[in-house]
Design a protein around this ligand. Structure first.
Ligand code: ZN
Ligand code: ZN
Length: 122
């Protein structure tokens, strides 16, 4: 009787240092590739298909699309688009909806799709 099948296998294809967009620190990462292998008697013989790739931050444990591993610190910062408070000129990260220093709303700009208290200009 021949026992064959397939199973998922995870392989580390690269490791190094990157600037994590989640925890925003310089952290260790591993770049992993998940693939399905053809197995014969439970021994993986060859790869049937690549299911996907992801990067794992060893600092915060987040799983990211592999492309994000290539980002530089500048690109991460740009993607976060910190905004400056018009009231107190405190610089806030993009994830906060109000100034962490004085509680003022961010200047009305591009990403105000769902602002419930946007004054209607008539
Ligand atoms: Zn992280
Ligand atoms: Zn402020």
């Amino acid at each position: 009787m021949i026992i064959w099948g397939s199973k998922g296998r995870e392989k580390i294809v690269a490791r190094g240092q990157f600037h994590c967009p989640k925890c925003r620190t310089d952290a260790e990462y591993t770049h992993r590739r998940v693939s399905r292998c053809f197995t014969l008697y439970f021994i993986p013989l060859f790869t049937l298909e690549t299911l996907g790739e992801y990067g794992l931050c060893h600092h915060c444990g987040v799983q990211l699309p592999a492309e994000l591993l290539m980002l530089t610190r500048e690109q991460v910062d740009a993607a976060w688009q910190p905004w400056q408070c018009v009231e107190c000129s405190n610089v806030n990260s993009a994830e906060v909806e109000r100034c962490v220093n004085c509680g003022a709303a961010p200047p009305a700009s591009s990403h105000s799709e769902n602002g419930p208290d946007t004054p209607a200009i008539t």
